[in-house]
Design a protein around this ligand. Structure first.
Ligand code: 5RP
Length: 220
């Protein structure tokens, strides 16, 4: 079985009756949502908040009851993927462009389980370009300020057009190289006017489940 799917299905087993569940975004979270949908069809009673339009659509199709932050302030358990995970469980997320909603949901969760294949486990964050969500107004100025922080920022494009997030913003993929202090960089980035949020998830993950290509699993 696919390493991402192995991790995702294990994480979905952590969900218990009555929980409010945060649904992540991406190809790994996809498998978690599929398994959650299957459990719901078997009688599991949960309510869920999705981190993207794509995950919301998938959840609806599977019959997973969806709610919003108008209904609850606290999520019991969120399961989401990541682009990089360091030994201290610091993360880079946002490869799928959903980092803003993902961070809102993760920060409102009592427990946050990260699901990856083991190629995402790194000694130090930064080989994967850091996704940063920025507003469209004045984006050239925002990108200039990002460059002054010492990275090479690239406006994300899809088929020759700027990628637009579910929130109507742009994404910049910023090549920093090895990130020595993720916490410091996270706050420096969010101080720049025009930056909405960045993909550094610091001190948020409680557990990391990594599927291995040989079929094994690491629960960290
Ligand atoms: C989306 C994300 C994803 O969780 C991250 O990009 C990992 O994606 P995948 O599971 O497809 O490898 O942060 O914004």
């Amino acid at each position: 079985m696919d390493a991402k799917r192995i991790a995702a299905e294990r994480a979905a087993d952590y969900i218990q009756d009555g929980m409010v569940v945060g649904l992540g975004t991406g190809s790994t979270a996809y498998w978690a949502i599929q398994r959650i949908g299957q459990r719901v069809q078997e009688g599991l009673r949960i309510r869920a908040i999705a981190t993207s339009n794509a995950s919301e659509k998938q959840a609806k199709e599977l019959g997973i009851p969806l709610i919003s932050f108008a209904d609850v302030q606290e999520i019991d358990l969120t399961i989401d993927g990541a682009d990089e995970v360091d030994p201290n469980f610091q993360l880079i997320k946002g490869g799928g462009g959903a980092l803003l909603r993902e961070k809102i949901v993760a920060s409102s969760s009592s427990k946050f389980i990260v699901i990856v294949d083991d190629s995402k486990l790194v000694g130090r964050l930064g080989r994967f370009p850091l996704p940063i969500e920025i507003v469209r107004f004045g984006y050239e100025a925002t990108i200039h300020k990002l460059r002054e922080l010492g990275c090479e920022p690239v406006l994300r494009e899809v088929e020759g057009k700027a990628y637009i997030t579910d929130n109507g913003n742009y994404i910049v993929d910023a090549y920093f190289g090895a990130i020595a202090d993720p916490k410091e960089l996270e706050s420096k980035l969010n101080m720049i006017p025009g930056v909405v949020e960045n993909g550094l998830f610091v001190d948020m993950a409680d557990r990391v489940i990594a599927g291995k290509r040989d079929g094994g699993i690491l629960e960290l």
